[in-house]
Design a protein around this ligand. Structure first.
Ligand code: CP
Ligand code: NVA
Length: 309
């Protein structure tokens, strides 16, 4: 863990189990407070956050901006055409300038190296709002959602069906810290990054399986999880992927194989009729909207953590 910079929130595996569980506990506490209508807890008063988006977003943008505001701070949205990090201006300059105005930088970028560079040169905490490699805030929200609906994360079986993408990498990095059973069922050639799989296995914390058989994978799942087959930056591959991913749609039949206790989760946005059927998303055991809400609560706790509050 020599390269880990603890001032930032870039990968779940940069933190130990106690810290991750503390952040999740804090998320529940602050969630309860906000849900009760309480508006006098304002730890971010006088603080500002710069939010860099090189890609589109609904949840990440709105949940960060709203959460930071509700706890007293002010967030600034910088869209794909604003600072054009790496194009209009070098990342290391963006990092040092924004650090002079802001207390936190949150960024959604393409290349993972961009967020590493941003964190290296920023003197304030940098939070990863998704890169081509991972999406740690999403998986923290997912962990919170599982704790609320299943009762605990430890020992549960989470089965991801689809592309071995950024979401899967964050699941694997969580699995290297908290013990649960993680299965990724993906088509051949769409497996997650081998090095990340190895790293998660070597941690020896969780049971980790990568398979090409979704029907076998979902058996006895506590959670069946889907994401788009073509991520942002891959949309021109969408038609091809729809062919290759045949058999990996989460439909009613697959949920039946999973069994009665299985919840359905999806980080959203979803393409109904592609990676998941409308019926599965709308079913009573689908928890995609509490999951989306938890983005805000998980991130509030992450921001409190990186600011040492
Ligand atoms: N799940 C998620 O990150 O959604 P957005 O792309 O809308 O932010
Ligand atoms: N894998 C998706 C997640 C979106 C929240 C993407 O990167 O587009």
């Amino acid at each position: 863990k020599a390269t880990v910079n603890q001032k930032d929130f870039l990968h779940i595996s940069d933190f130990d189990k106690a810290t991750i569980l503390n952040i999740l506990d804090r998320a529940r506490e602050v969630k309860e407070l906000l849900k009760s209508g309480e508006r006098t807890y304002l730890p971010f008063t006088g603080k500002t956050m710069a939010m860099i988006f090189a890609k589109p977003s609904m949840r990440t943008r709105v949940s960060f901006e709203t959460g930071f505001y509700l706890l007293g701070g002010h967030a600034i949205y910088l869209g794909p055409n604003d600072i054009q990090m790496g194009k209009r201006e070098e990342t290391r300059d963006v990092a040092r300038v924004l650090s002079r105005y802001n207390d936190i930088i949150m960024a959604r970028v393409f290349a993972h190296q961009d967020i590493l560079d941003l964190a290296k040169y920023a003197t304030v905490p940098v939070i990863n709002g998704l890169t081509d490699y991972n999406h740690p805030c999403q998986i923290m929200a997912d962990a919170l959602t599982i704790i609320e609906h299943v009762g605990q994360l430890e020992g549960t079986k989470v089965v991801y069906v689809g592309d071995g993408n950024n979401i899967v990498h964050s699941w694997l990095l969580l699995a290297s810290v908290i013990p649960f059973h993680f299965v990724c069922a993906c088509p051949k050639g769409f497996e997650p990054d081998q090095e990340t799989v190895e790293k998660a296995r070597q941690a020896g914390v969780s049971k980790i399986e990568i398979t090409n058989d979704p029907k076998e994978a979902v058996r006895d799942a506590d959670v069946v999880y889907a994401d788009v087959w073509a991520s942002m930056g891959q949309k021109e591959e969408a038609a091809h992927r729809r062919q290759v991913f045949q058999g990996f749609q989460v439909d009613e039949e697959l949920m039946k194989l999973a069994g009665k206790k299985a919840f359905f989760m999806h980080c959203l946005p979803a393409e109904r009729g592609v990676e998941v059927t409308d019926g599965v998303i709308e079913a009573p055991n689908s928890i995609v909207f509490p999951q989306a809400e938890n983005r805000m609560h998980a991130q509030n706790a992450i921001m409190l953590h990186v600011l040492g509050l």
